[in-house]
Write a protein that binds this ligand. Structure first.
Ligand code: SAH
Length: 354
């Protein structure tokens, strides 16, 4: 298959334009549109004849396959279909300060966390940088823009399916493109990346993308508990993870976010909060608490919202800043990987009935 237009360098587009006997300046025009994430049909200064010649190369993009809107808070869950038929999820959340898209970086995930639906069938493949850009553009084009605003999506979190640092090069290339001032121009300060803790990659990431906010999925106050729910902890221990998280905070001067899903009878007691506080003391950080979203295939149960608030108060008593994350889109399978699994199961059933 020929290379997609959106994956080509300026030089490659110039060569292609020359082969089509078109003037060289067209290449730059096309390239500039592509950097802005614009589809070929909308490249208004390119003649229709040329656009038609290039249409077959305007591929490899995520398209909205299904969309569910929460009746509770307007959160919008997308199922994106990729060119090869694979599906990934995205969630668009509306906040006072703007709209945040949570996007996927891999089809599935290899990290094997015990509570996560995305990892149940392993990682099928990495997403390319262009596919990630197209998730953002598909949601951007679907989301009504407020008057006088250049863009509807202002913030990104790389927290959909996949481990972003396990797809390192494509994720760094994606960040470069999405933040380019002459391109889509989303501020790196409005972007968060979440990792389960690939320690050497986190270290490299600090120098490759120092302005992006780092979230670390911690979910446990010690190695014993973390070993039970996150296989990555067998490779990189909690001490190494906290050390690199601290490095991020010191090098960038920005606080690191720790994600902590509260699980009944596992990591949510007062003793756990004290142990966690001791571990985090001295790190410029904030803890995001979330009651675990129960996943049908896993027998782990979340705590109540009230218990989560209590855990936050215990952390506060120990001078650790923490908040309970607002649950968004709970009525539309908001948790990671749930909608994709449901649709894939529905598809499989429909095939069986055929
Ligand atoms: N692989 C990355 C990013 C994807 S998961 C990471 O591990 O950080 C995004 C976040 O959702 C992570 O913090 C993950 O631990 C959390 N998560 C996954 N399944 C969950 C569930 N059932 N309930 C609550 N949080 C969950």
């Amino acid at each position: 298959m020929s290379k997609s237009l959106c994956d080509m360098t300026l030089n490659e587009i110039e060569n292609m334009v020359a082969e089509l006997n078109e003037p060289k300046f067209r290449a730059k025009q096309i390239y500039e549109w592509l950097r802005k994430g614009i589809d070929i049909d909308d490249m208004t200064n390119i003649p229709k004849t040329l656009r038609e010649k290039l249409a077959h190369l305007d591929n490899n993009k995520a398209k909205i396959y299904e969309k569910r809107i929460s009746q509770k808070d307007g959160t919008c869950k997308y199922l994106f279909e990729l060119d090869d038929g694979n599906m990934v999820e995205g969630v668009l959340m509306h906040y006072k300060y703007g709209n945040t898209l949570c996007l996927s970086t891999q089809v599935g995930c290899n990290m094997g966390c015990a509570f996560c639906a995305s990892t149940l069938n392993g990682c099928i493949r990495n997403l390319t940088a262009s596919e990630m850009v197209s998730e953002v553009m598909a949601a951007e084009n679907d989301c009504p823009r407020e008057k006088n605003k250049k863009r509807s999506i202002t913030n990104l979190v790389l927290m959909g399916s996949g481990e972003p640092l396990d797809n390192y090069d494509n994720v760094v290339e994606f960040l470069k493109r999405i933040t380019a001032p002459d391109g889509i121009n989303i501020s790196p300060r409005n972007i968060s990346i979440s990792t389960c803790g690939l320690v050497p990659k986190v270290r490299k990431f600090i120098s490759d993308a120092p302005h992006v906010t780092l979230s670390v999925s911690l979910h446990a106050p010690n190695n014993e508990i973390r070993d039970k729910i996150m296989p990555i902890n067998k490779v990189y221990k909690i001490e190494q993870l906290l050390e690199v998280a601290n490095e991020y905070a010191e090098v960038t001067g920005r606080r690191v976010i720790f994600e902590y899903a509260l699980i009944k009878n596992l990591n949510s007691s007062k003793e756990h909060s004290i142990e966690l506080s001791k571990r985090l003391r001295g790190i410029n950080c904030h803890v995001n608490l979330i009651p675990l979203n129960s996943v049908k295939e896993r027998n782990l149960e979340g705590v109540t919202r009230k218990d989560a608030e209590l855990f936050a108060a215990w952390l506060a008593e120990n001078k650790i800043s923490a908040t309970v994350r607002r649950e968004m889109g709970a009525d539309i399978d908001g948790a990671c990987g749930q909608l994709r699994r449901k649709v894939l199961e529905e598809r499989a059933k429909a095939n069986d009935l055929r």
